[in-house]
Design a protein around this ligand. Sequence first.
Ligand SMILES: [Zn+2]
Ligand SMILES: [Zn+2]
Ligand SMILES: [Zn+2]
Ligand SMILES: [Zn+2]
Ligand SMILES: [Zn+2]
Ligand SMILES: [Zn+2]
Ligand SMILES: [Zn+2]
Length: 494
Amino acid sequence: MMKSFAENFFTSFGAQIYPLEDELVVDLPPDLAAVFGKPRLYLVFAKDGQGEPRELSPVEDLLVYGSRTFEQMLDLLVGRGEVAYLRLPSQLPTESEADLALPLPLHNCRLLEQQTQLTHDQFYIFNFRAAYLSDEKHEEFITVALDAEGASRPDKINELTGGAFFPPDRPTPVDPKTLRRLLNCAGEVAHKQAEARATELEAAIQPRLQRTLLRLTTFYRRLTDEVDTGDFTQDETVRADLQRDLTRKIADELERYRLRVTLSPLSYALALVPFAHYQLTLATRHSQQTLDLAQNLFINQLESFNCAYCQKPIDYLALCDEGHAVHPSCLDTCSRCDRDKCRACGLQSCAICGQLVCADCTAICAYCDRWLCAAHLAACAICGQAYCTAHSFRCHWCEQIYCAKCEQAGECVTCHAALASPVIVAEHIPVIPGIKLDRYQWRQAENQTFVIYMGRGQGFSSLWLGRVVIITDKAGEVAHRHNFGLWSFLFGRQ
Ligand SMILES: [Zn+2]
Ligand SMILES: [Zn+2]
Ligand SMILES: [Zn+2]
Ligand SMILES: [Zn+2]
Ligand SMILES: [Zn+2]
Ligand SMILES: [Zn+2]
Ligand SMILES: [Zn+2]
């Protein structure tokens, strides 16, 4: 953090910097050389969380918070406009929209249309100094990166503070109102960071404070115990004085250990980052989708374009037919509807045939909780539940298959209801060649798919005629019929 601050700082003041392995060599322009008292600085940085780095040679300066060099840098910032304009160079050889190729290869889709726009998007870097004062003093530097809308972009900090920058052709003026608004946004972000740090520091202060208070109270208790002037009233007065003394000292210590945080803005930089914005119209075998992509041309990477399933950056585009961009390895094809679905949309393998099927083509058997493909599941015509072959039964009257729950002693709930229903007139029964409807007494019941007519032979020939069952769909088309009787037993089923 300190190193990137120093690089930024000296670059924006027009110095030449040469980063070496463990130090930064800075060739100062004349006005800065006058401030620092030498034309060249050799800056050494403390490693994060470690106190003293290696031994310094006489020409080297350790750049840490509170060091002389750091204070000189801060003085410079306070005195100046505190603003740097950075225009990041494009890594692309071309600056023409027409020459831009598709930013990534396509897996299961093809390009129908591409619109590209080259821009310089604005990002802001705000630097704050946070000071934490209690019985100890800590200082740190907080850097906040924002986009032009004021949203915090921590991912941009390294990119925008890490490299060498080129001054823009002309400074982009920022109007004071925008700047104030952005500074407020940045202040909120910095404030949150400072608060988190303060909470840590307070946790470390507590044991020190407790030790100090314990020492004080123990000391005063001993003094109080030792009071012996030989006069009871005078003893009491001395003890009361000691108690007052202790109370005051405790208040002093509480004040000394109280953590005070100050946050002050130091500088800001406006960075113009080259971008290519793409609007792509893409087609898979089953859908057409538009996709907006932004490519950061400074680092030559797509901006926050992550897989909808595994969340890792996408370098090879596969499109889910539900509109998700994913990796080819995070995409599967449904074996029933042939649509490409990403793993976030959930493809499951059928518990019977093992084929991968999408959520639209699968269901769970209501009785065994197995994921099954549509080929291995049916919806029960009586209760509507999905059931698998292991949880099905065939009614001996209507010979239709239903779920196991809709069985009552070998017959389905519908046939059971038909047998118990009142007799209806034969005129309402569908005409079937070879069956004399008026020889039977008819009853009827229906479920979601079928109407079932139960006929029972009447009169002396009832033994021959037995029963006939006619099953129609809701439109009245005969789906199935079946005779149960001696006649059909002897002469075969019709
Ligand atoms: Zn993925
Ligand atoms: Zn499917
Ligand atoms: Zn999906
Ligand atoms: Zn299956
Ligand atoms: Zn059922
Ligand atoms: Zn089942
Ligand atoms: Zn039945």
